[in-house]
Design a protein around this ligand. Structure first.
Ligand SMILES: [Zn+2]
Ligand SMILES: [Zn+2]
Length: 177
């Protein structure tokens, strides 16, 4: 992570923590513990994962239920650091911070906490938009049906081996860049 990236990340983390204070999370305990969480980046090629909380092995935990001290690192997708993803970036960081507080699974309690986030209603739309962008970024070929004009993004060429599921036409390859 370069300096600029780590600054963007730090700013977002602080902004998330400020909002969490407003939402009523415990300042002296939860927020102060989250302040020291180590942040990192996922691999660029990650498409479906936009954030992940990685814990130390359970043998190193100081309690049965995990807490922020059991977290090794929170990684988010590097593309989230671009300015246009600020809202989604903070949604993802908040999501991971809930995991850090000891809520491991995506259950009712988890989603109830997550739903407190001011922009949570945008999560689905932004997430889909982000995934679409990642897919495009990670693809080098478009497989196109010359008849229906349907396009599929792929990492490799179809090389005349695939046909359109609708019309049985042989798909053609077009390089994306
Ligand atoms: Zn999660
Ligand atoms: Zn077709």
């Amino acid at each position: 992570m370069n300096q600029e990236e780590s600054l963007v990340l730090k700013k977002s983390v602080n902004s998330v923590l400020d909002t969490m204070v407003k939402l009523g999370f415990d300042i002296t305990k939860e927020i102060s513990e989250l302040k020291h969480i180590k942040m990192g980046l996922l691999r660029k090629s990650s498409v479906y994962r936009h954030g992940v909380t990685r814990y130390f092995p359970t043998s190193k935990w100081d309690s049965k239920k995990p807490n922020p001290s059991c977290v090794r690192v929170v990684d988010i997708h590097p593309l989230l650091l671009e300015p246009e993803w600020e809202i989604y970036r903070e949604i993802i960081i908040f999501h991971e911070f809930i995991h850090c507080l000891g809520y491991l699974g995506h259950n009712k309690i988890f989603y109830k906490l997550e739903s407190l986030w001011p922009t949570i209603k945008q999560k689905k739309v932004l997430g889909n938009k982000f995934m679409k962008k990642l897919k495009l970024k990670n693809s080098t070929w478009k497989w196109i049906c010359p008849k229906c004009k349907i396009e599929v993004l792929r990492q490799r060429k179809s090389s005349g081996k695939y046909i359109c599921i609708k019309c049985n036409c042989k798909l053609i390859d077009k390089a994306i860049r």
